[in-house]
Unconditional design. Sequence first.
Length: 304
Amino acid sequence: MKDSLVVIAKIEQIRNRAEIRNAITGMLNDMKVKDKIKIPLQAKVMIKPNICHIQGYETGATVDPFIVECLVEWLLKNYDVKIITIGEADSAELNADIAFKVLGWEDTFKQSPKVHLLNLTKDEYVKTKLDGLYFKELNMSKTYMESDFLISIAKLKTHAMCKITCILKNQYGANPVKHKGRYHEHLSQVIYDLNKARLPDLCIVDGIIGMEEDGPISGTPKPAGILVVGDDPVATDHACARIMEINPNKVPYLRLAMKKDLGSSRYEMFGEKIEDVKTKFKQGTPLWRRMIRGGYKLLSHMPF
């Protein structure tokens, strides 16, 4: 058996909550039976969802809180968990506290005493030393770094700069720095470093309603009806690229992660076969072209 495992489920009725809950529960049970989820007693669990913008899950931009609700229910039923922290960091266009409120995360978990919502940017920081490709050290959320088990929940989306964004790119968002655009020139290296600093123990990708074309926030919703769960972020992203009919070797950050052995591109498949669920995700306008168009639009409004 290969070391890494990727489980895929197809959701036929994308608005059927019972079908979604059953699929998630079944996939997690498969991972547990195959001994791919190792959570210690009285664990502090961290969940890092992709909430990159104040847009509802139905736009394809952000993770559906219901998926995390199903995950939390399953964790509390199957493990002796001390606390579950759901954490997201601020970004240039996002205040995580406002997003938790507006997008329904507060309402979803207000009756769950073991669940805590955390703005990673406002948490106490710990200095994390790493011999990275870009960073030699990082200031990271203490709660995030000291968690016993880290779960990354990404969205199945295209990305203007790196073709796709799934698990590895989701960890880029854990950097508590608000203005992350400063790193775009070295995006693949920074993504690698953020994952090297704290690699997810469990990966879940919400592709029930994904996003194609001008992702990760300005694209078109893609009702793909797909859920992916894995124990290795590289394997999970590799499988997701194949599902989207995008060559994994053409995804810069994924190619780098494979080259640096951050994870494995060899994995056992369980559940649905990629060939049976793959669906073409259309690529958007290249970023350089969008920037030129934006520049022309700006110039057209200048008073000269």
